[in-house]
Design a protein around this ligand. Structure first.
Ligand SMILES: *[C@@H]1O[C@H](CO)[C@@H](O)[C@H](O)[C@H]1NC(C)=O
Ligand SMILES: *[C@@H]1O[C@H](CO)[C@@H](O)[C@H](O)[C@H]1NC(C)=O
Ligand SMILES: *[C@@H]1O[C@H](CO)[C@@H](O)[C@H](O)[C@H]1NC(C)=O
Ligand SMILES: *[C@@H]1O[C@H](CO)[C@@H](O)[C@H](O)[C@H]1NC(C)=O
Ligand SMILES: *[C@@H]1O[C@H](CO)[C@@H](O)[C@H](O)[C@H]1NC(C)=O
Ligand SMILES: *[C@@H]1O[C@H](CO)[C@@H](O)[C@H](O)[C@H]1NC(C)=O
Ligand SMILES: *[C@@H]1O[C@H](CO)[C@@H](O)[C@H](O)[C@H]1NC(C)=O
Ligand SMILES: *[C@@H]1O[C@H](CO)[C@@H](O)[C@H](O)[C@H]1NC(C)=O
Ligand SMILES: *[C@@H]1O[C@H](CO)[C@@H](O)[C@H](O)[C@H]1NC(C)=O
Ligand SMILES: *[C@@H]1O[C@H](CO)[C@@H](O)[C@H](O)[C@H]1NC(C)=O
Length: 784
């Protein structure tokens, strides 16, 4: 009997907390540190919570089923509670909602001047997330949490001004993710019907006009978003306010972040386009600064980099002031004219560490990310720490350039002399042989930086007279053969057929280019051979063929595990960066694709086929062509449609390559379920839904490093954005790939230019077709 009573007792005791899933407290009730209030339909929970460093306790509200327990409201965030013996109650004497400990009021949560002492008051948490103190006798709301927003705007919550009382409804950001104390930014609704973010009271950003359910400088209600919002505003004698409702969301919340952006907790995206506003960039809603420091150039930006300044050249100072948050540190550094080079905040996101030094002090990147990352002011033309590469390559390039020039001159003289001679064909060979001899002597042991002119006879022997079994494949401008020189060296020979369309112009182009380009991730040209009308390029031989040979083959793709693919992605990025930036000339490849990425014996990638590459002068950034060359599926929309190309066209192709490497599927011949999107579109949809991991090639299941994979997909989506201006440059791509902590922008809609290739009815045909499409380079296309 006693046992039964005991069981019954303990049973009921166990369920006391569960049974306490009440939504209302009355006068006399006390809610202590463990039990929570839960709204009637269980949408929201209210209770005490403790910060991760377990020093401070707050009273807050959160979505009951939010895995991250993001707080949508915090009571009196600037007065944290240190004691654990605190209770929430309605003070019967003052008729206020209070947090008290052992009979002492710590905080008056509600601020109304006390009415007469009264006992018929309740405080209720509603399913809207609103917590209200009510006088039950006349059903009047005495206080409500919606009137005191913190950093989250919930559906139905107002931003604006109550004109009767003068109360302003504004969001204030928290100090950081963990500490809810007020930070530097506020979000308000302005009389001119715009949202405005202020930084310490100064206008910082505006949303632009509200139009057709979206704001000019916010991405709202994009058809690609899973959830959408119904925006509304009120403008009358009583109030001017803005609010929204979620049409299909589960846990809608708009969060004002501690870095002054508006974050959509539902879609996990930033609504606003800006990352930081500097006062000079006005295109994305940023407000012109009144105090644009004269010492900063109008393109300087803070970038999170891992690495260090040259040792001994900077002084690190630390201001231990817990009221200074990220953005205060940034502004202090920005305004510290000429001497502040970079900053970070202290460990809990407060306090500022700055690096002080001369502007010229070099920053060396640390791709491994071992050193403490910091925000460094980067001017667009500074080299982000890769200057060392230029120093290494410059002499090499110079030597090759010189050598090439000499050869060119020699060759030119010889041909002219030779033209006067009659025995054309025979002398051709002899001439090449002579050149080879002279180059051998001239080389004088400068191994590795030489370019050889091969005799036609040597090439014929090496390839067994261009026999079919030595044929490696068909390049854009002619067949490629494998060959073996008498010294056992293996070479690849690209034979440029007379009918191929690659004339002397392209040949010279490629020769000039390749001779000057030297990088581990670019295929190396060993020499050339000219035989009458026929021209040949001799490359180093790549035993593992090209990337597409492995990537798109069900059995061979297993050989490319994730570390190899990551290495390939990084290698291509380095090769492209070199082409775009460090190769002395600005080279645009224009035909980057999986079949133009060759693999050496250890699967290191090497970019090949420069037949269509274009050299830009350093000051030239964009060009137009009537002759659109490139490959279907890799061509950026602006290039394919208007013939405009820039480094960003290569970036686009690179983004496609990443997606292909991650998924093991071709961009062009892709269909899933019944939808007719290409790989880019599919990746975008998955990413929008938060399911980007599904893009992963199933064969990567064992070797995959999830955060790297997701980062790769994120970077890829940034690279394939519709607007070329939005795409990053290769140096940024490399920092993004190599730096795990670097903040990435939210990609905008990608170009869906090839979205309708595999239509449902022609799926079988489409498959056949795409196998050929994706391999063949389009050399002529009508420009519009
Ligand atoms: C709370 O409000 C009462 C008056 O209603 C005041 O006497 C008291 O000092 C306040 N307590 C705190 C901690 O602000
Ligand atoms: C607590 O918050 C209320 C608003 O809910 C405010 O009126 C009051 O001044 C705050 N008290 C403190 C001590 O911050
Ligand atoms: C509650 O309402 C009753 C009836 O209107 C009123 O007498 C009382 O003063 C109110 N109490 C408070 C705290 O406002
Ligand atoms: C509460 O949650 C349910 C289910 O998620 C939802 O249908 C309902 O609209 C929510 N109520 C409010 C007031 O948000
Ligand atoms: C409290 O208010 C309710 C609703 O008006 C009323 O029915 C009830 O009698 C009141 N209780 C007291 C103690 O005044
Ligand atoms: C208390 O404040 C609310 C607004 O938050 C207001 O509507 C109400 O009239 C006030 N009540 C008293 C008794 O001052
Ligand atoms: C408003 O936006 C919708 C899509 O969000 C679009 O279909 C419609 O044409 C737009 N209307 C105007 C007037 O811009
Ligand atoms: C949006 O809200 C307005 C008023 O709040 C309402 O009239 C309209 O029907 C809503 N639109 C949708 C699509 O729910
Ligand atoms: C502008 O700079 C001056 C001095 O440098 C400073 O006192 C003032 O607060 C700044 N104003 C703004 C809007 O930052
Ligand atoms: C952050 O840390 C510093 C010491 O590093 C401390 O003084 C400060 O109180 C902390 N701030 C908060 C809000 O926890």
């Amino acid at each position: 009997m006693i046992i039964i009573i005991f069981i019954v007792l303990s049973y009921s005791m166990l369920f006391v907390p569960a049974a306490s899933s009440v939504s209302t407290i009355k006068v006399g009730d006390q809610l202590n540190i463990t039990p929570k209030l839960v709204s009637p339909a269980t949408n929201f929970t209210l209770g005490f919570f403790t910060t991760p460093d377990s020093t401070h306790t707050y009273l807050g509200i959160w979505y009951t089923d939010d895995q991250q327990s993001r707080k949508v409201w915090v009571a009196n965030a600037s007065t944290p509670i240190m004691s654990t013996s605190t209770v929430l109650m309605i003070d019967p004497v003052t008729a206020k909602l209070i947090i008290s400990t052992q009979g002492t009021t710590l905080v008056n949560i509600s601020d109304n001047e006390s009415g007469p002492t009264h006992s018929n008051l309740t405080a209720t948490l509603y399913d809207t997330g609103d917590f209200q103190l009510k006088n039950e006798t006349d059903n009047k709301i005495l206080w409500r949490s919606f009137d005191y927003p913190t950093n989250v705007l919930l559906p139905g919550m107002k931003l604006g001004t109550d004109l009767r009382t003068g109360r302003k409804w504004t969001l204030t950001c928290s100090l950081n993710d963990e500490i809810p104390n007020s930070g530097a930014f506020t979000l308000s609704w302005e009389p001119n019907q715009r949202l405005m973010i202020r930084r310490r009271g100064q206008p910082y950003w505006t949303s632009g006009d509200l139009n057709n359910q979206t704001f000019k400088f916010m991405t709202l209600n994009s058809p690609f978003y899973k959830y959408s919002y119904n925006l509304s505003y009120t403008d009358n004698d009583e109030e001017t306010s803005f609010s929204y409702h979620s049409l299909n969301g589960v846990r809608p919340m708009w969060i004002l972040t501690e870095r002054g952006q508006i974050f959509d907790g539902e879609n996990s995206l930033y609504f606003s386009f800006h990352e930081f506003c500097y006062g000079y960039d006005l295109g994305n809603g940023c407000v012109a600064g009144t105090n644009l420091s004269a010492c900063r150039s109008a393109d300087d930006k803070f970038t999170l980099l891992s690495g260090d300044f040259a040792p001994g050249m900077t002084e690190r100072t630390y201001v231990d002031d817990s009221s200074l948050s990220f953005s205060d540190c940034m502004v202090r550094c920005w305004n510290d004219c000429g001497t502040c080079l970079g900053f970070t905040t202290g460990a809990n996101g407060t306090g500022c560490a700055s690096w002080i030094g001369a502007k010229s002090v070099k920053f060396s990147g640390d791709p491994q990310g071992n050193s403490f990352p910091k925000y460094v002011i980067v001017s667009p033309e500074s080299h982000k720490g890769n200057d060392a590469k230029i120093l290494i390559w410059a002499p090499v390039v110079a030597v090759i350039f010189l050598l090439f020039f000499c050869f060119g001159l020699l060759w030119y003289c010889k041909t002219r002399k030779f033209k006067r001679e009659e025995k054309r064909q025979k002398d051709d060979d002899r001439h090449m042989l002579e050149l080879m001899d002279s180059s051998d002597t001239e080389r004088g042991g400068r191994k590795g930086s030489d370019m050889v002119v091969f005799s036609f006879a040597a090439i014929v022997t090496a390839t067994n007279d261009f026999s079919d079994e030595n044929k490696l494949g068909q390049g854009g401008f002619g067949p490629v053969y494998k060959g073996k020189l008498c010294d056992e060296r293996e070479i690849a020979i690209k034979r440029l057929s007379r009918t191929s369309g690659q004339g002397l112009v392209e040949f010279k182009n490629e020769l000039v280019l390749i001779a000057k380009l030297q990088h581990t991730n670019l295929v190396r040209v060993l020499g050339c051979c000219i035989h009458g009308e026929e021209m040949m390029l001799i490359y180093e031989y790549m035993p593992n063929k090209s990337l597409d040979f492995f990537l798109f083959d069900e059995t061979r793709k297993v050989l490319l595990d994730w570390p190899k693919r990551w290495n390939i992605i990084e290698g291509i990025a380095q090769g492209l960066l070199y082409l775009h930036k460090y190769s002395r000339m600005r080279v645009i490849h224009r035909d980057l694709k999986a079949s133009n990425v060759l693999l050496d014996e250890s699967m290191n990638p090497k970019i090949s086929d420069f037949g269509m590459a274009r050299i830009f002068k350093q000051d030239e950034t964009e060009a137009m062509t009537k002759r659109v060359v490139g490959t279907y599926g890799y061509m950026s929309p602006e290039y394919a449609m208007d013939g405009t190309f820039s480094v960003k066209s290569d970036v686009f192709s690179f983004g496609v390559l990443i997606l292909e490497s991650v998924s093991g599927r071709r961009n062009t011949c892709f269909s899933f379920h019944d939808k007719t999107v290409n790989l880019i579109g599919y990746a975008w949809e998955l990413w929008q839904e938060g399911n980007a991991l599904q893009l992963q090639d199933p064969t990567l299941a064992d070797s995959c490093v999830v955060h790297q994979l997701l980062r790769a997909i994120h970077v890829a989506l940034l690279c394939v954005q519709e607007n070329a201006m939005d795409r990053p440059v290769m140096s940024e791509v490399i920092s993004m790939l190599s730096n795990d902590t670097m903040l990435l922008h939210v990609p905008k809609r990608p170009a869906f230019f090839f979205g309708t290739i595999a239509s449902k009815s022609t799926l079988v045909e489409g498959k056949l077709e795409c196998a050929s499409i994706s391999n063949i380079t389009i050399t002529q296309m009508e420009a519009r």
